[in-house]
Design a binder for this molecule. Structure first.
Ligand code: TPP
Length: 565
């Protein structure tokens, strides 16, 4: 079907790199879905609920650079909001499409189903306004083309989600605007202000070339700035040690000879925090300093010693700030101006003692979490991607040493539990060359567990470690109470029930190290073509040491008394 809005949207999605569209049908979007199905290069993935469809679009955007989901008016729209807000926080361009009211109903006083019963069609739009960077409400065909292309371009330019609502009666009507295939999509590249770039590089080089033991620290915004390669170029040429902020994990190469670990204040990996905090100059590249990444505002970082490089701005100590200077341009230009200085790398190597190895287990001793993660470490390669759910998995996965090209995804700014189930679905669908290893706490799993179903339906073969410690352990360490104990499920039986004999899915329960070794051997051996779900029992107080320290500090930041008036 050429010449329709539905066909146009389908082609545009293909052109910008979307392959899988995660959706839940509803009468407002059915015609639109027909047009998406008719496009041979799109694959419609039906999900159990909209929240997971949104998380899957998030996971897909992480692997492919863009993601898309389609839901129905208001009941679907309001259900996907949390996932779209998460995509905003992580700078992911997710195209969130909602099948909206019949175009004739706009401007009338009618009451529609799936709404709260008021003749107000803007409620859903208003909800999306604060969590998307652009909104398009398409309720007539004349300007539909322009509205769609503007929204899609804005998503890609800003690297943020957008909301597109499409009148349910419009996708299939032939219209002259759509008489031929859309003109090829084009986005003008962003170019730095040349003079600003030169000034920023000169001022930074003056600052750093005087320093005795400078360091580089990569943060989460390296991704949105597309500056991973430029970061390595700079690291190679200047010889400074490179550290990564916890939320930037996966964006800084850990196999690099200057890599010194994760900088996370008091819970940094061994010797990394000391080297960073004792430096006389540090360059933070794409950081986000929030209460979690700053360990309850306890970092020993001084602004006057810091260069802060954001995707579009460079700030030097307490001094000047240069705008419209883009990160990758800046890092490459700076690489040519810095004197080589390996003092801090040498200091690190001189003092470094490797962290202790987990103690050997007795045969029937219950499995300890640090032993579990030693075995997960051994599974990692360039062909894997780790997905870490919010909870103690943040800390345990943070300590994994990532081999070259091993993927790593988590949601540290937004931290919405349950994210990882949908994200695993979307990521695995987009990154067919990788086997996803997801680490999910029992509490988080209970939020979004149903979409294991969609993973099986799609023939995915991720390995999911469900860590059953009986509660919301991360919360226990911040502030405990009876609300942190959850109802125990038989998680493997739950997954077996979803499997229901259709597709390939294998489950196992693990209580000891020997059982873990057997389960991993099966998951990577005879069951390598199945979705593998491994329920690991852990003691409720078996936490990472970092969580204990971090929890105390976040707790004291949370409980600061009100300032005197
Ligand atoms: N609701 C949402 C949607 N997101 C949240 N982050 C929270 C509530 C608060 N919260 C943060 S972590 C957590 C909760 C409830 C518990 C996570 O428990 P679990 O997944 O079992 O991981 P564990 O800490 O035990 O490793």
């Amino acid at each position: 079907s050429t010449g329709t809005l539905g066909r146009h949207l389908a082609r545009r999605l293909v052109e910008i790199g979307v392959k899988d569209v995660f959706s839940v049908p509803g009468d407002f979007n059915l015609t639109l879905l027909d047009h998406l199905i008719a496009e041979p290069e799109l694959n419609l993935v039906g999900c159990c609920n909209e929240l997971n469809a949104g998380y899957a679009a998030d996971g897909s955007a992480r692997a492919k650079g863009v993601g898309a989901c389609v839901v129905t008016f208001t009941v679907g729209g309001l259900s996907v909001l949390n996932a779209i807000a998460g995509a905003y926080s992580e700078n992911l361009p997710v195209i969130c499409i909602v099948g909206g009211p019949n175009s004739n109903d706009y401007g009338t006083n009618r009451i529609l189903h799936h709404t709260i019963g008021l003749p107000d069609f803007s409620q859903e739009l208003r909800c999306f306004q604060t969590i998307t960077c652009a909104q398009a409400v398409v309720n007539n065909l004349d300007d539909a083309h322009e509205l769609l292309d503007t929204a899609i371009s804005t998503a890609l330019k800003e690297s943020k989600p957008v909301y597109i609502s499409i009148g349910c009666n419009l996708p299939g009507i032939p219209h002259p605007t759509f008489a031929r295939d859309p003109v090829p999509f084009f986005l003008a590249p962003k170019v730095s202000n040349e003079l600003g770039l030169e000034a920023a590089v000169e001022a930074t080089a003056n600052f750093l070339n005087k320093a005795v033991k400078p360091v580089l620290v990569g943060g989460p915004k390296l991704r949105v700035a597309n500056a991973k390669d430029a970061f390595v170029e700079l690291a190679d040429s200047c010889g400074y040690p490179i550290a990564v902020m916890p939320s930037g994990k996966g964006l800084v190469p850990e196999h690099h000879p200057h890599f010194i670990g994760t900088y996370w204040g008091a819970v940094s990996t061994s010797f990394c925090g000391e080297i960073v905090e004792s430096a006389d100059a540090y360059v933070f590249i794409g950081p986000i300093f929030n209460d979690y990444s700053s360990v309850g505002y306890s970092l020993l970082i001084k602004k006057e010693k810091a260069i802060i490089v954001q995707p579009n701005r460079v700030t030097i100590g307490n001094g000047p700030s240069f705008g419209w200077v883009f990160m990758a341009d800046f890092l490459s230009a700076l690489a040519k101006k810095l004197k080589k200085n390996t003092t801090a790398v040498e200091n690190y190597r001189r003092i470094f003692v490797p962290p202790g190895m987990p103690l050997k287990h007795g045969n029937d001793e219950p499995l300890r979490v640090n032993v579990l993660f030693k075995h997960i470490q051994d599974m990692l390669s360039k062909d894997s991607a780790v997905i870490a759910e919010t909870g103690d998995s943040w800390f345990n996965c943070q300590k994994l040493h990532l081999p070259e090209n091993c993927g790593y995804e988590f949601q540290m700014q937004y931290g919405s539990i349950g994210w990882s189930v949908g994200a695993t679905l979307g990521y695995a669908q987009a990154a067919k060359d990788k086997r996803v290893i997801a680490c999910i706490g029992d509490g988080s799993f209970q939020v979004t567990a149903q979409d294991i179903s969609t993973m099986i339906r799609c023939g995915q073969k991720s390995i999911i470690f469900l860590i059953n410690n009986g509660g919301y352990t991360i919360e226990v360490e911040i502030h405990d109470g009876p609300y942190n104990v959850i109802k125990n499920w038989n998680y493997t039986a739950f997954v077996d029930a979803i499997h229901n004999g259709e597709g390939r899915c294998w489950t196992a329960k693990v209580r000891t190290e020997d059982e873990l070794i057997d389960a991993i051997a099966a998951a990577t051996g005879e069951k390598k073509d199945s979705l593998c779900f491994i329920e690991v029992f852990a003691h409720k107080d078996d936490t990472s040491k970092e969580l204990l320290e971090w929890g105390s500090r976040v707790s004291s930041a949370n409980s600061r008394p009100p300032n005197p008036q």
